[in-house]
Structures are given as structure tokens and as C-alpha cells.
Design a protein around this ligand. Structure first.
Ligand code: DON
Length: 576
């Protein structure tokens, strides 16, 4: 979507996984992690999911009933959504997975990478101007996809079931079809208009209609090969050949790009906040650092927030002041840590955040130009992504956000494979200071380079207390992602709202630029009293029809409660 305008393991199972992996010759290519073979007692009375559609929820339920854990369910969900939620679910994109397994936090980065032939100025014309749309539509916009490698890595390390079992639901949805719902049909129609015959999108999705069964036989064949051969098919097999062939004469991705793709296990960002351990996304996401800064800055400003009602004009002003500073840092310091040294420790340091909080003007918006990156030494994103949250009865959790960036990504579908390819290259800074689809700007930290990962805002997050999972949360929304998660966490913990109300409450967004602009949801009329009072404080309001699609699970004692955002077509499932 255009956000700018509209937005445990049995020996048998292990043998199966290893066999299929070895036969694929792929196990040697990835780091070897010992599987945890210990049987853990159940600590919750149910497993739970909050996911973007009912087909993925059904898939997760089936996996839990077959004895799978949260990671098995997450992988089954990811592949299912690639079929039934094609506007954002994907195998042609990438994402981040935050995990809490057997009492330990983990983070898996399977973000897309720039092709080997990418250059810093590839989206600029000879005069140095950014060419509109070039990083958003068609073959030029596509980054090297990471989802299949990510799912393979996660399931191989932590799954209980066989790889084939977790692929099965997706294969069935693709082969036998699924019934298309209203929202998907609407988004498909919008995408057809947006791509306007400039890509081959309509050849694959043009006849996808509400209420009708939609089958994807090419995609079913790809998923069956991935089930039989592992990730190797996608990166070095027949599917890799199909992707590379589709790019020839059109785009930059070659078979070597696919062969060299790697997902990376990274140290998550972790912070103590309000008695909880926040476990969230490190760079190349800006979201985890941003979320920690937001949470801690608000805590530092507790006296200013005292007795300020939720979503009152003063609340909106104070939160916008905080967001202004967070986005100034984002633009300057955040990028791929494999290419640029991101000062994560300094940016999340308590004394630094307290100093930034002290700069907040309680009365009026601070002058935008005066709000510079704070460590003393420029923002962006298109809009479709999907998040799912999973907990199992053994107390493990997966928080996963993955994306092809805009709805239906670049609009390019790999001929003979039915894979929708991403337009993640738009998340790079095409030129310093020039905003991307999400209106955010960037600097050198996020300049394009071969094999580099574009800066993301995706922030799959888990909160734990005393070593136990308390909240699993995330959302799509580009640069709105971590401000949305922040607001829901405030609603839950500061305003003590029930989870459903906390997720459903109105959200707003500010991101430094445009100056003093608050992005406003249709929940509250833009010409209503609240809006007028916010304008009177010196803000400009801008309507947006999308401010996230939160999927959250909260655990109270031994009982999980799951909520899907009323803004989307998400579904929850509690499985005893
Ligand atoms: O990685 C990012 O931050 C963006 N590509 C995510 C895009 C997104 O969330 C679109 N959702 N509405």
C-alpha cells in the first residue's frame, strides 16, 4: 500500500530434518547449532497465536496439534501467509524474528540485501535527481530475498517437527486454493491500478476475486520443492534459476546473489524498562533502538505526563516531542551494522536518553531545525508488511515481522514460480536527505552498497519479567511501526488498559519531518474537537488510513490472551 497517500525435538523428527537437509547438501553451508533435545514441562495452559489471517491461524493450530512448538508454528504461518496474504506474506521478501526459547533471547535477521551490482546512485538520474518510482516498482526495486533462508535457519535450530510438516499447510493452500476475502480483493484491485500494466502482476493476480477460490499452482510447485530440498532450492536450485532468469535483461539479481545470501543471528537489543526486559530488533532495524528510546524518554518525563489523559492534546504534544528526537537520531545513525558502526549502546544509554528528554518543550513544538541527531557527530520506507506473534505452552515465544515493503512489493511475479518480489530497495536512502515512500530521510549510514541491508523499522518485540514471557507484539506500518508498538505498550502498562482496548485505541504518529506534522487516523475526525485542539498547539494534521496492524499476545500467570488489531483481518487462536 502507499502509506504516503493511503498504508523440543524427537529423535525421529531430528533425523527427518537432518536427512532432508543433508540430501539437499545444504546443512554444511549454514552454522551448525545443536538442537535442544530436552523435554520441557508445559508452563502455560495453552499455546496462542495472533496472525494476519484465518488461514495462517488454522495452519498454526494444526502444527500445535501435531506437537509443534512456537518456532514450528511461526514457520508454518510465514509460509501460509506467503500464499493466502500475498500482499505482504512472502517468500520473495525478508524480515526479522525475535525469539525467546528455553529462557533465552535470540534474534534472526533475514532481511533482503542489495544485489552485488547495486550502486550508491542507482536510483538517480545523470543530474543526481532521484528517479521517481525506480526503487518502488519493477525489477529495479528488488532486494535479494531472505525469507526462505530465515525460516530454514529458525526451524533447523529450534523446531520440533520436520521441515516438510511445517510447509504442508502452505502447499495445500497454494495447490487447492483458498477463498479470497473482501480486504484482499480490494487491495488486489488497488495494486492492479497502481502497477498499471507496468509489471506482470495482473498475469498472476488479475483474476483474484472476492468469494472465489484462488489457486497458485506455480507457487505450490516451488513450496513442494522447498519442502523436499530445503532452502537450497530457493538459493541454488530450480527456483534460484527461475528467479535469475526472470531478472535477465530487467534487473540486477543473479544466481550468485542468491547463492551468497545469508541470514544472520544477531544480538537483540535488550533494555530494562518498568520492571520488564524488552527484547527487540537491533540494526539493520531502527525500530528496536527507537522503541527503547521512546519508552525510556517517556519514563524520564513521568512528571510531565502526570495526570495527562491518554490521547489528549497535551499527551499527543509530549509524545510528538519525544518522537521528534528519536527520528532525528534514526536518520543520522541507523543502517546495516555490517557496513556502518551503529552506536546502539550510546543511543540506548540511560544518561543520553535523560539528556534528550530534558530537551522536550512541555508547552509547544520545538523548532524542527533545532532538533538534531543527539550524539553530536538525516528518514524513509512503502507500506505492506505483516507481523505475527506466537507462544507455545512450553513458554517459548516468536515475534516475527516480514515484508515485501509495499502491497504486493515491486509488482513483479517470478514467471513459472508465482513468487511476488519485494521492493525493499526503497528502504535505502536513494540520496541523502531525499525522503522515501514513508517520508523518512537517511544519511551515509543507509546509502546503497552491494550486499548491504536497507534500514528497516520492523520491530518484532518480546517483553519478559522474571525470565517469563509477558508480551509478544509487533506490527507493519513502515516508520509507524515502533511508534505504534510504543503507544500500545503505554496503553497496557501505563494506562492499565485491557489488551483489546490497548490495541484498538486511536494511534498517531510524528517523525520529525514534515515539520510539526501529526499523522492522524480516521478513528478521530480530522476536523473534530481533539484535532482542533492539537492544531492550536502548533501542529499540522495529516490524515492516514493505515497506522499499523498490531498482533499481540499477553500472558497473565499461565494463561495467554491474544488480540489482533481491529484495523486488519487478523485472527487469534488459543490451542489447548
Ligand atoms: O522494513 C521496513 O521498515 C519497511 N519496509 C516495512 C514496510 C511496512 O511495514 C509496510 N506496512 N504497512
Amino acid at each position: 500500500m502507499k502509506l504516503v497517500d493511503r498504508t523440543k525435538i524427537s529423535a525421529a523428527a531430528l533425523a527427518l530434518v537432518s536427512l532432508s537437509a543433508l540430501s539437499a547438501g545444504f546443512l554444511e553451508a549454514t552454522p551448525a547449532f545443536a538442537k535442544d533435545t530436552q523435554q520441557h514441562p508445559a508452563v502455560l495452559n495453552a499455546s496462542a497465536v495472533a496472525v494476519a489471517d484465518k488461514y495462517a491461524a488454522d495452519a498454526a493450530e494444526q502444527i500445535f496439534k501435531e506437537g509443534g512448538n512456537a518456532v514450528d508454528a511461526a514457520v508454518a504461518i510465514a509460509f501460509s501467509l506467503a500464499v493466502t496474504y500475498p500482499e505482504a506474506g512472502n517468500i520473495g521478501g525478508g524480515g526479522f524474528m525475535t525469539l525467546y526459547v528455553n529462557g533465552k533471547p535470540y534474534f534472526l535477521d533475514y532481511r533482503e540485501r542489495a544485489p552485488l551490482a547495486a550502486t550508491r546512485t542507482m536510483y538517480q538520474d545523470e543530474q543526481g535527481n532521484v528517479i521517481p518510482g525506480k526503487s518502488l516498482y519493477g525489477y529495479d526495486a528488488v532486494g535479494v530475498p531472505g525469507t526462505v533462508e530465515g525460516m530454514w535457519e529458525a526451524q533447523k535450530r529450534f523446531g520440533k517437527l520436520s521441515w516438510k510438516q511445517v510447509l504442508q499447510p502452505a502447499i495445500e493452500y497454494a495447490r487447492d486454493g483458498f477463498v479470497v476475502g473482501e480486504l484482499l480483493a480490494k487491495r488486489r484491485e488497488e495494486a492492479s491500478k497502481e502497477f498499471d500494466g507496468k509489471t506482470n502482476f495482473d498475469q498472476y493476480f488479475g483474476n483474484m476475486k472476492m468469494g472465489e477460490t484462488f489457486k497458485q499452482p506455480d507457487l505450490a510447485n516451488v513450496l513442494t520443492r522447498i519442502a523436499n530440498q530445503g532452502a537450497k532450492d530457493f538459493y541454488d536450485g530450480k527456483t534460484a534459476d527461475l528467479i535469475a532468469a526472470s531478472m535477465k535483461g530487467h534487473g540486477l539479481i543473479t544466481k550468485r546473489d542468491l547463492q551468497e545470501y545469508k541470514a544472520v543471528w544477531r544480538q537483540p537489543v535488550e533494555a530494562n524498562w518498568n520492571g520488564y526486559e524488552v527484547i527487540t530488533a537491533p540494526p539493520p532495524s531502527s525500530g528496536g533502538v527507537g522503541l527503547v528510546q521512546l519508552l525510556k524518554m517517556k519514563a524520564d518525563l513521568a512528571p510531565q505526563f502526570k495526570d495527562v489523559p491518554l490521547n489528549s492534546p497535551q499527551y499527543i504534544h509530549l509524545i510528538a516531542e519525544i518522537e521528534k528526537r528519536v527520528f532525528a537520531d534514526r536518520a543520522q545513525y541507523l543502517g546495516d551494522p555490517d557496513f556502518y558502526k551503529v552506536p546502539v549502546a550510546q543511543l540506548t544509554d540511560d544518561a543520553y536518553i535523560a539528556k534528550r528528554a530534558a530537551e522536550v518543550d512541555p508547552d509547544k513544538p520545538s523548532d524542527t531545525k533545532s532538533v538534531q541527531a543527539g550524539l553530536g557527530t538525516s528518514m524513509p520506507e512503502k507500506a505492506e508488511t505483516t507481523h505475527f506473534s506466537v507462544v507455545d505452552k512450553w513458554g517459548n515465544a516468536v515475534s516475527n515481522t516480514y515484508t515485501i515493503n509495499g502491497y504486493f512489493g515491486s509488482g513483479v511475479v517470478v514467471p513459472g514460480a508465482g513468487i511476488v518480489l519485494n521492493d525493499e530497495m526503497d528502504d535505502f536512502s536513494a540520496k541523502p536527505g531525499v525522503p522515501n515512500m514513508f517520508g523518512v530521510v537517511g544519511s551515509d549510514a543507509n546509502a546503497i552498497a552491494p550486499k548491504k541491508r536497507p534500514l528497516s523499522s520492523m520491530s518484532p518485540t518480546i517483553l519478559t519479567k522474571d525470565g517469563k514471557v509477558s508480551l509478544v507484539i509487533g506490527t507493519p506500518g513502515g516508520s509507524r511501526i515502533f511508534t505504534s508498538i510504543f503507544q500500545v505498550i503505554n496503553n497496557i502498562y501505563d494506562f492499565k488498559m485491557p489488551l483489546k482496548d490497548a490495541v484498538g485505541a486511536m494511534r498517531f504518529h510524528h517523525q520529525l519531518l514534515p515539520p510539526n506534522t501529526i499523522f492522524w487516523e480516521p478513528y478521530e475526525p480530522i476536523n473534530g474537537d481533539l484535532a482542533k485542539q492539537v492544531e492550536a498547539k502548533g501542529y499540522v494534521l495529516k490524515g492516514q488510513d493505515f497506522n499499523g496492524d498490531i498482533q499481540a499476545i499477553r500472558i497473565d500467570g499461565d494463561t495467554p490472551e491474544a488480540v489482533a488489531d481491529p484495523r486488519g483481518r487478523g485472527v487469534t487462536r488459543i490451542v489447548q
